[in-house]
Design a protein around this ligand. Structure first.
Ligand SMILES: [Fe+2]
Length: 338
């Protein structure tokens, strides 16, 4: 194997011949994200009807982050009242280039902290990997979900894949927006989005919110997504979680103990993959809601829609999984009448 000096000598010898192609390659390499983003935007903008309803009027994003103490209070706050009321929602940091779907705005948490008879308001973006990359670039760097409609959407999706394969965007830390819900369990406040792991937040003494970390659960859960509606089991203090991928025919169920440690997981094979937004629990079972809302790139082209469609030919299925099930054989499946 030639050493570094040999390589450098060869470069020097053939410098004149290779200088131009190497320079060109470097220019293309360093600006590939810019090029691909530009192309994606151009293609997206060819669509005449841009859906931006979720950016308007009362739905419009809040563009400032504030921390406001001593809010006006009508009447009196009981001195014993000590806690916080919070909500999470989709709030794009940058205006999207073309269409917008409210599934995909950055998560922003709003909180009112009540303590010692006073109230404090704070709103903060959840500092996800995706948002950090956008802030660094000064603009959106991932293709909008809402632009991935029809034939042009296929091309936009392919260019997005190219960005991922060439490392122009970082997907190793997930691409979720943490914008869907909040859950408080085992002393941890989590902002959730079904396409990623949770982001742990905290409220500091003065009522301000901070992002702590993207929470991982150990090797048994790995990088499996963590859906936005885990179920708290009041009598046991456990949290029941679910992870799915719309392109894989399987779902993973997990149980976190009252201390927040993952104590039980089971992977369940499915006859076809589907979008699994929610789940349920009873005193004995975890309940899988396997409905035919499916990823279908063919429908995307033929029906000029987003690639997620209701497949009428498939049944809606409900699976009862004993809470401590060790095998899929213990699951009872029910098909809903059509
Ligand atoms: Fe929901």
């Amino acid at each position: 194997m030639p050493d570094r000096d040999e390589i450098l000598e060869a470069v020097m010898r053939h410098g004149r011949n290779i200088a131009l192609p190497v320079s060109l390659a470097l220019v293309v390499f360093s600006s590939r994200r810019k090029l691909i983003n530009g192309l994606q935007t151009l293609i997206a903008k060819t669509r005449k009807e841009k859906n931006r309803a979720a950016l308007m009027d009362n739905y419009g994003p809040v563009k400032t982050e504030v921390l406001e103490h001593n809010l006006p209070v009508k009447g009196t706050l009981p001195a014993e009242l000590n806690g916080a009321y919070m909500r999470n929602g989709s709030n794009p940091y940058y205006d999207p280039y073309c269409s917008y779907h409210w599934f995909e705005g950055s998560g922003m948490v709003h909180a009112v902290r009540i303590k010692d008879g006073t109230a404090t308001y704070c709103n903060r973006y959840v500092e996800t990997s995706k948002l950090k990359q956008e802030k660094k670039a000064g603009k959106p760097v991932f293709a909008a979900f809402a632009d991935q409609e029809g034939r042009r959407g296929v091309i936009i999706a392919m260019l997005e894949l190219l960005k991922i394969k060439t490392g122009a965007v970082n997907v190793k830390e997930g691409t979720g927006t943490a914008n869907t819900s909040l859950v408080y369990h085992a002393g941890r406040l989590l902002a959730l989005h079904e396409g990623d792991l949770p982001y742990q937040l905290r409220m500091v003494c003065n009522g301000a919110l901070e992002t702590v970390q993207r929470l991982t659960l150990g090797k048994d859960w790995g990088e499996t997504n963590f859906n936005a509606h885990p179920k708290f089991d009041e009598p046991t203090g456990q949290l029941h979680i679910l992870g799915y991928n719309i392109t894989k025919p399987e779902v993973k169920l997990g149980t976190m103990d009252p201390a927040g440690q993952l104590e039980h997981t089971i992977k369940v094979d499915l006859p076809w993959p589907s979008m699994m937004h929610d789940k349920a629990i009873t005193s004995k079972y975890k309940i899988i809601l396997h409905f035919p809302l499916c990823f279908d790139p063919q429908a995307m082209v033929k029906q000029d829609t987003l690639p997620i469609v209701w497949v009428k030919e498939r049944p809606a299925r409900i699976g009862l999984v004993p809470k401590q099930a060790k095998s899929m054989d213990e699951i009872k499946w029910f098909e809903m009448p059509r």
